[in-house]
Design a protein around this ligand. Structure first.
Ligand SMILES: Nc1ncnc2c1ncn2[C@@H]1O[C@H](COP(=O)(O)OP(=O)(O)OP(=O)(O)O)[C@@H](O)[C@H]1O
Ligand SMILES: [Mg+2]
Length: 462
């Protein structure tokens, strides 16, 4: 593998020992005597400072169990943890906060400074690895790492990605856990706690005072999505009430290892999904009025000057706004001008089904310009335009192909780009299929000859 240098962090093969192919927590089959010796030494030294049991209610100071530590942490992980002990970042690990699909998060402490930390340890299981590939693929920053065959290297890359993304959030003023240290696949960050080890609640568990507070958190989250896009050049790609924490009265965004840059081929689909998740939580669970998804989408990606032109038609009024880009109050003001989503919002249903072009990124720039400058209210016209050409060739099959759609969803296309599945909810998928069938039927009735259409299209764009 070529050496990577990502924002000063470099990866090289030398950090990877080849003792375990893909160590599950306690697998050290095939480990050399030397590795075993190293593990024993590390356990002798650090096991009494590491508690890996699940934290049930609050962090306790029970004695750590060497046997459990040995079972849960593979030698490599133990080695990187020992570096954190040695460099004085932490002095103890006091239990497991979360065992996720992709990582385990532990509570750590520096008893000298009293500072608390969350230590996120990424897993190297092959299943996780396959699932996550798509977030790294297509990212300019990780262009040299495509098709990495070594899960450990990939996992290290994701940890690094999260570390760097957290830094971006932090410098953009988006409340998020401060990244503290990174050792391979072991990431240390600020622990968001109410004090004494108690974690601050996730958005999903937070007890809101009233509707006003709910609405203000909703608005904030929309603005953070915009800041992520414009200030951090990121789309979160897994934004929800599970990956946001209410800490000291503020909404904190975390879990950004899968976040992608806007140039990623799937970024627009991820963004649309994030918007849907956020809207669903606030409208269905919290019962407040939300904005139409397509309008939020535009709010997130549109330029500052376009938004301000809409908000303040007078030129001299806008001067101040141009000196103060991404200003929180002005963005709040802009959002206050948006209408609320109605129950049966057809435009939003169409917006959700933009999957027809597989990715919004596949639309040409001029289409986006049209959309952004308000020449078309939704992307419906553009979708028709862009999908027409493909449909000319395969529309006859469209109804039949519906049948094996789901299979395709699982496998993705030739280039490994997943279609639908995670990014499209069932409801939207049903609507999309229904709309596609109806559209195909309608289209057959009034089908225009290909050569005539080509001529017209060309004229129209001049
Ligand atoms: N900095 C932090 N402070 C407090 N708690 C945290 C922090 N980071 C993570 N957690 C807790 O650990 C859980 C898992 O973290 P995170 O979402 O980053 O990992 P994940 O592997 O992506 O998990 P999942 O697959 O469940 O989303 C969070 O839901 C949260 O409860
Ligand atoms: Mg998470």
């Amino acid at each position: 593998m070529s050496e990577l240098d990502l924002d000063g962090l470099s990866l090289s093969d030398s950090d990877y020992s080849s003792d375990e192919a893909n160590s599950g927590p306690n697998s050290f089959r095939g480990a050399s005597n030397q590795a075993l010796k190293e593990k024993t030494e590390l356990l002798d030294k650090y096991a009494s400072h590491i508690k890996v049991d699940q934290i049930k209610h609050r962090i306790t100071r029970d004695k750590a169990e060497r046997a459990t530590v040995e079972q849960v942490l593979d030698p490599r992980t133990l080695r990187f943890l020992s570096k954190l002990f040695k460099n004085g970042t932490i002095t103890e690990i006091n239990g497991c906060i979360s065992t996720g699909k992709e990582a385990n998060v532990y509570y750590a402490l520096n008893s000298e400074t009293g500072k608390e930390y969350a230590v996120k340890i990424y897993k190297t299981s092959i299943l996780v690895f396959k699932d996550r590939e798509r977030y790294v693929d297509g990212e300019f920053r990780f262009r040299n790492t495509r098709n990495q065959s070594n899960p450990r290297k990939m996992v290290r890359l994701w940890a690094e990605k999260e570390f760097r993304n957290l830094k971006r959030l932090h410098s953009a003023g988006i409340p998020s856990p401060e990244p503290v240290d990174l050792k391979s696949h072991v990431l240390v960050m600020e622990y968001l706690s109410k004090g004494d080890g108690w974690p601050s609640p996730k958005l999903k568990d937070y007890e809101f005072r009233d509707d006003e507070e709910i609405a203000s958190f909703y608005i904030r989250l929309l603005i953070y999505m915009r800041w992520l896009y414009h200030k951090c050049r990121l789309v979160h790609a897994d934004l929800s009430e599970y990956n946001t924490i209410v800490h000291k009265g503020e909404l904190y965004v975390f879990d950004v290892s899968q976040s992608v840059e806007p140039d990623h081929q799937m970024s627009m689909d991820f963004l649309r999904m994030d918007i849907k998740n956020v809207n669903d939580f606030f409208s269905r669970t919290k019962n407040i009025n939300v904005f139409p998804e397509r309008m939020i989408f535009r709010f997130v990606i549109d330029s500052w000057s376009n938004l301000m032109t809409e908000l303040m038609p007078e030129k001299n009024e806008r001067r101040l706004a141009s000196e103060n880009p991404e200003n929180l109050e002005l963005l709040e003001k802009y959002l206050a001008t948006l209408p609320h989503k109605t129950e049966d919002d057809q435009e939003d249903i169409i917006f959700r089904s933009l999957h027809l072009v597989s990715s919004l990124n596949h639309l040409e720039e001029r289409d986006f310009d049209k959309f952004k400058s308000g020449q078309v209210d939704t992307l419906r016209d553009l979708v028709k335009e862009s999908s027409d050409e493909e449909e000319d060739d395969d529309e006859e099959q469209s109804e039949e192909s519906d049948e094996d759609d789901s299979e395709q969803d699982e496998s993705g296309d030739e280039e490994g780009t997943p279609k639908g599945k995670k990014y499209e909810d069932k409801e939207a998928k049903k609507e999309r299929k229904k709309a596609a069938k109806e559209a195909a039927r309608e289209k057959r009735k009034t089908k225009m000859k290909k050569h005539v259409k080509k001529k017209l299209t060309k004229k129209g764009h001049k």
